[in-house]
Design a protein around this ligand. Structure first.
Ligand SMILES: Cc1cc2nc3c(=O)[nH]c(=O)nc-3n(C[C@H](O)[C@H](O)[C@H](O)COP(=O)(O)O)c2cc1C
Length: 202
């Protein structure tokens, strides 16, 4: 393992459940892979811009002159993609907000899922270019979504698994920190997730 990329999302620094469980995972990663570089993207601090006209031209134009003219606008996307492609393991730690991912994370995804860089359209379909990587998702939520009546409302894990598969990352494990707003579960959600972290196959 040469590099591990940890993407954190929650702005609730100090009290965030997803961050607390990520700390536990980081400690395990540091102990099991002492030589690996831990790259850290904190999207609550390092906020990603939404794609604008110039950025779209930089990342999707076909005309070389147009690409050149907008090169500077594509630099952040280039940098984030290089960081992702250089990593063997991607950790995404995120809260569920309104049944989906926070737009902070969606903005990062919009910058890294890019034709010709992380996926290609081929005659036989889409080819993911982020090969031989693993991912771990740490998902915190007030309710319970891993099973039961609210499972169908979960647009976090299915979406993240699908978009990672699209770019070639199919080995994905999930740790749920769930039931944080349900009194009987709230007290055990983090300890249970920490046990799940110990059981992850690294
Ligand atoms: C804006 C917002 C929207 C939320 N939407 C949901 C939701 O749709 N479903 C849910 O179960 N919990 C929801 N929650 C609760 C969070 O998922 C929960 O507080 C979780 O702990 C957040 O992760 P964090 O502690 O890492 O910030 C929401 C919280 C906020 C602040």
């Amino acid at each position: 393992m040469k590099q591990i990329l940890i993407v954190e999302v929650s702005p609730r620094t100090g009290v965030s459940a997803s961050r607390k469980v990520t700390e536990k995972l980081s400690a395990r990663l540091r102990s099991e892979f002492p030589d690996a570089k831990l790259a850290h993207r904190d999207l609550a601090i390092d906020k990603m811009p939404h794609l604008d006209d110039s950025m779209l031209k930089a990342i999707s134009a076909k005309d070389p002159a147009e690409i050149q003219a907008n090169k500077a606008s594509g630099r952040l996307s280039d940098e984030l993609i290089d960081e992702l492609l250089a990593s063997d393991l991607l950790v995404i730690a995120t809260p569920m907000w309104n049944f989906g991912i926070p737009s902070l994370l969606k903005a990062w995804i919009d910058l890294v899922v890019r034709a010709g860089k992380t996926f290609n359209y081929t005659e036989t379909g889409v080819q993911g270019l982020a090969k031989e990587k693993k991912a771990i998702l740490i998902i915190a939520s007030g309710g319970v979504f891993s099973d039961g009546p609210w499972k169908a409302w979960d647009f976090v894990e299915p979406y993240l698994r699908q978009i990672l598969k699209f770019i070639g990352i199919e080995d994905v494990q999930t740790v749920r920190v769930e039931g944080l707003n349900i009194p009987p579960l709230a007290g055990v959600a983090i300890p249970n997730a920490e046990v799940a972290v110990e059981q992850l196959i690294l």
